[in-house]
Design a protein around this ligand. Structure first.
Ligand SMILES: O=C[C@H](O)[C@H](O)[C@H](O)COP(=O)(O)O
Length: 243
C-alpha cells in the first residue's frame, strides 16, 4: 500500500465519526482533501452535514465534491473538525501549517467540540520538531519578528534557523488571511508548551503551528491498519488502541 492509500484509510476511518446533522470543520492538506472527497460521496448518498472550510483550497474542493458549506459567522460552534497534521506526538500534540493554513485551522478546531486528526503513520513522532514549525506573522516588520522568534527559541535552548517561507518564484508566500509564514528549523522540541507560550508573546506573531490540547483523537493509518491515539485528561499520557 502507498502513503496515499494510508491517508485514504485514515480519512475513511474518520467518516465513521460523522453523524447526520453535524456541523463540521474541514481541514486542509492532502489527507484532509481525501476526507472532503469521501464526505462528498456520502452527501451525494443523502447525508446531511454542513462544513466550514479551513482554507480557500478546501472551500474549492468542498464545492467540487458537493459538500454544503457555511461559515463561522453563521455557525460559530461546530461539532467536529477533521484535519491532517505534519507531526503527531504520543500526547496528541501536533505540528500543523505545512500548507500555510494553520491560522484558520486553529480557529476552526478551537470552535469545534471535537477534533480528529487523520494521518499516515509516518507523521507520528516521539518528539515534535523534525518538521519545521510554521509560524504565521504579520508582513509588517517580519524581519524583526523573525529575529524575535529566533531569540525566543534560543532562550529555550532551540538554536535552529527561522526562515521566511517563499514560493517557487522566490516571493514570500501569502496566507489566505494575508500574512507571511516563518518556518522554525528547531529540531527536537522537548517543551512545546513553553515554546508555544513564548511565540504567542511576540508582537507580530499571529499564530503558530503547535496545536496543543486541541486534538481529541488521531486516526493513524499504516501497514497494520488504522490505529487510534486518544486524548486523555490533562496530565496523563494519550492512550493507543486498535480502531
Ligand atoms: O497547513 C496545512 C495543514 O496544517 C495540513 O493539515 C498539514 O500540512 C498536513 O498536510 P498533509 O495531509 O498534506 O500532509
Amino acid at each position: 500500500m502507498t502513503t496515499e492509500d494510508f491517508k485514504r484509510a485514515a480519512a475513511e476511518a474518520a467518516l465513521a465519526h460523522v453523524q447526520p446533522g453535524m456541523k463540521l470543520g474541514l481541514g486542509t492538506g492532502s489527507t484532509a482533501a481525501l476526507f472532503v472527497e469521501l464526505l462528498g460521496a456520502r452527501v451525494a448518498e443523502g447525508l446531511h452535514v454542513v462544513g466550514v472550510p479551513t482554507s480557500e483550497s478546501t472551500r474549492e474542493l468542498a464545492e467540487r465534491f458537493g459538500v454544503p458549506l457555511t461559515t463561522l459567522k453563521e455557525e460559530p460552534e461546530l461539532d467536529l473538525t477533521v484535519d491532517g497534521a505534519d507531526e503527531v506526538d504520543p500526547e496528541l500534540r501536533l505540528i500543523k501549517g505545512g500548507g500555510a493554513a494553520l491560522l484558520r485551522e486553529k480557529i476552526v478546531a478551537f470552535a469545534s467540540k471535537r477534533m480528529i486528526v487523520i494521518a499516515d503513520a509516518k507523521k507520528v513522532v516521539p518528539t515534535l520538531g523534525a518538521f519545521p514549525l510554521p509560524i504565521e506573522v504579520v508582513p509588517f516588520g517580519k524581519e524583526a519578528t523573525r529575529r524575535a522568534v529566533e531569540r525566543a527559541a534560543a532562550e529555550l535552548g532551540l538554536s535552529g534557523k527561522v526562515e521566511l517561507r517563499r514560493a517557487e518564484d522566490a516571493c514570500p508566500i501569502v496566507t489566505d488571511s494575508g500574512h507571511s509564514i516563518l518556518d522554525g528549523h528547531f529540531g527536537r522540541i522537548d517543551r512545546p508548551e513553553e515554546l508555544a507560550a513564548a511565540l504567542s508573546a511576540i508582537p507580530g506573531v499571529v499564530e503558530h503551528g503547535l496545536f496543543i490540547g486541541l486534538a481529541d483523537l488521531a486516526l493513524i493509518a499504516g501497514a497494520d491498519g488504522v490505529t487510534a491515539i486518544e486524548a486523555k485528561p490533562a496530565g496523563t499520557e494519550a492512550r493507543r488502541r486498535t480502531a
